[in-house]
Design a binder for this molecule. Structure first.
Ligand SMILES: [Zn+2]
Length: 673
């Protein structure tokens, strides 16, 4: 999920999907249901018995599923865990949206306006044209901020968002970041091989066709590319953006003017309507370059760039010709997806993003059993306890840091299932024009965020909607959050053997807890403040151990020519290592305390634990998506999220009798937490 006013902060379990549509639905019935025989069948059907678990555990656990699960033409990724749940969630949400009696009427209106393609065609581009006319009427650079604020659907030139002050996390702060490019990251603009150059040329051709559809000169695409390339050149890479200490530069307006005199700051803050004492500039090197660009560009070129931003963002809310062209590039060319998802599925996703709390309330009433919250809460407690138990065993820590780590652990806030209070979107009106509805939603979000600047942070807020199949750690709140969407089979079920719940959901919980102590999370104290709370010597020993993990992933090739980036994926990989270890320890604790489990699929508890973990990650993706993710996704591909941590886990070697020297039990391993 990409909340436009929130660019840093959440460490999610899986990627949130950029513009490329990710997730939903094969018509595949093999989801584990409640009967023990169905659980057995689901486990064994996924296995490839021809592979030894000690050679390639992911292939062993998932090979059967991979062989029997085609990648549907309407999705670039399919996952045994995530996809089966999001399929079910989509059906539930669709039912709510189509028949919701008693639910807020805006939900049904928004969804119906989205699915009614005849009405979308009939409305045509009248609303878009009115906004394009306003862009065309721009006289100078100083007039751009007011226009940007009046078109909150777009984020041209840079990113602006409202987030807790890193060093005073009780107060919201206005923050500025690099932005303004239409490709997934800066490197796409500086290709080093033919494939990269061809992709960039395809992007320019796409921009030209979109401009043409909007009645503008397609040759303007060259201007757009020149502007975006200048912005990309001044931008950091996704890996560089993980250095959180380098992201804190509070500045007054006078300092901003000195930093980047070419940016019309007065006009910007007047348009935003906020009083600014100290703005955090997360990427200070970017803004001088932006100022220079604004100064030296012709206003005509800047207008073409703004028009492109608008048609690009608005494409899903415009007639089919725009939607199809946008999909042809972002879906097919960039992600390898052959077909669009059915319209209703896209509209379910958009309604969730637009009116998530209205939908969440109705979803919880239908899909989240009350007892699930208590069971999940107990597991979170068990995983936290496992983390605490492991602290004395970490030779690289010293006693004072251990005490502080325990204090941070105890301070972690848990959010499970759904929020205590629901956003009511007061003042947001939904009508029968899809484009106007989307702009109204964006306006509401912008106003809501701006009203928070300088105000106390509301820590009851959630960063994901309730039906979302994901989880996150937010270092600024020191909280772990598990939406109702993920507390379902195959991650979690009251009917599973306990080993399966610990292996799948327990690992997710352990992963999120460990984020509080990964290379980024460890820089935030118990209250969510960015501060130094570790001794230098301990930090150094941590960095050495983290480097072992970074080096391991740096050496992995996803497929020939596409390597993983150990620095970009370091935080997630540390969390994966921790997640597996904590789940295993928590399950052993549960057994030691007299917990008695039942076997399933012919496996006993300690094996089921690791199988359930691996099988919740079985997945398939297009090579295009694998390439794209290797460049921008902080998560390693599922195969490596399973195999690399397990090959450093003694309890796994024991469970599957993997002798030292087998691929899953190498002689040298890494360990942080
Ligand atoms: Zn994560």
């Amino acid at each position: 999920m990409h909340d436009r006013l929130r660019l840093v902060g959440l460490l999610a379990l899986v990627a949130c999907g950029a513009k490329a549509p990710v997730s939903p639905a094969p018509e595949q019935a093999a989801t584990p249901e409640n009967a023990p025989s169905a659980i057995d069948a689901a486990i064994t059907a996924a296995i490839d018995p021809s592979v030894s678990p000690c050679d390639d555990f992911y292939q062993y656990a998932c090979g059967g599923w991979i062989a029997n699960t085609p990648l549907p033409p309407d999705r670039p990724i399919v996952g045994r865990g995530f996809t089966s749940i999001s399929d079910r969630n989509q059906e539930i949400v669709r039912d709510i949206l189509e028949h919701a009696e008693g639910a807020d009427a805006r939900l049904g209106s928004y969804y119906q306006t989205c699915v009614n393609t005849d009405a979308v065609e009939a409305k045509g581009t009248a609303s878009l044209q009115a906004d394009l006319d306003r862009i065309a009427a721009l006289k100078d650079v100083a007039a751009i901020p007011a226009l940007m604020v009046s078109l909150p659907m777009i984020n041209p030139f840079f990113g602006g968002f409202v987030e807790a002050d890193f060093k005073n996390p009780e107060v919201n702060q206005f923050q500025l970041a690099q932005g303004g490019i239409g490709l997934p990251s800066r490197d796409y603009y500086f290709p080093e091989d033919d494939a990269g150059r061809e992709l960039l040329a395809a992007y320019e051709a796409h921009v030209g066709r979109m401009l043409g559809l909007a009645g503008l000169d397609p040759a303007g695409a060259a201007k757009v590319l020149a502007i975006e390339t200048a912005l990309a050149k001044a931008s950091k890479s996704p890996a560089e953006l993980r250095d959180i200490e380098a992201m804190y530069h509070p500045m007054t307006k006078a300092e901003l003017k000195r930093l980047a005199p070419g940016v019309p700051w007065d006009a910007l803050f007047t348009a935003l309507g906020i009083e600014v004492k100290a703005v955090n500039v997360t990427t200070p090197d970017f803004f001088p370059a932006l100022g220079d660009l604004l100064k030296r560009s012709k206003i005509a070129d800047l207008k073409v760039y703004l028009a492109w931003n608008l048609v690009n963002e608005a494409a899903p809310y415009l007639p089919k010709a725009f939607d199809d062209e946008s999909f042809a590039f972002y879906g097919t060319r960039l992600s390898g997806q052959a077909e669009q998802q059915p319209r209703w599925k896209r509209c379910v996703g958009r309604t969730d993003r637009a009116l998530g709390d209205l939908l969440g309330e109705a979803y919880v009433a239908q899909a989240f059993p009350g007892e699930s919250k208590d069971k999940a809460l107990k597991m979170v407690g068990d995983l936290q306890h496992a983390f605490e138990e492991g602290l004395p065993e970490l030779a690289w820590m010293d006693a004072p840091t251990r005490t502080l780590a325990k204090a941070k652990l105890d301070a972690i806030v848990n959010k499970i299932g759904y929020p205590d209070t629901w956003e009511s979107y007061e003042g947001l009106q939904v009508g029968d024009d899809i484009y106007a509805n989307q702009m109204a939603v964006a306006h509401w979000g912008q106003d809501d965020a701006l009203a928070k600047v300088g105000k106390p942070v509301d820590k009851t807020e959630w960063g994901m909607s309730v039906p979302t199949v994901n989880a996150y750690y937010n270092p600024l709140f020191n909280e772990i959050v598990f939406p109702a969407g993920i507390l379902q089979p195959p991650f979690f079920s009251a009917d599973f053997p306990t080993a399966m719940n610990y292996g799948a959901m327990g690992m997710v919980i352990g992963h999120e807890i460990t984020h509080g102590f990964d290379d980024e999370g460890r820089k935030f104290g118990p209250s969510g403040k960015l501060e130094v709370w570790w001794d230098d010597a301990v930090s150094e020993r941590f960095e050495q151990r983290a480097q072992c993990i970074a080096d391991t992933y740096d050496a992995i090739e996803v497929h020939p020519g596409t390597k993983l980036n150990g620095e970009l994926t370091l935080g997630e990989n540390i969390a994966d290592f921790g997640g597996v270890k904590l789940a295993s320890r928590a399950y052993a604790d549960w057994q030691a305390a007299g917990g008695s489990d039942f076997a399933a699929g012919g496996f006993e508890g300690s094996q089921l634990l690791f199988l359930a973990f691996a099988q919740s990650w079985c997945s398939k993706a297009t090579p295009e998506v694998e390439d794209q993710r290797a460049k921008v996704d902080p998560h390693a591909p599922p195969k490596f999220r399973v195999n690399v941590p397990l090959s450093s886990t003694p309890a796994f070697w024991e469970a599957f009798s993997c002798a030292e020297g087998t691929p899953m039990h190498p002689a040298s391993t890494c360990e942080v937490w």
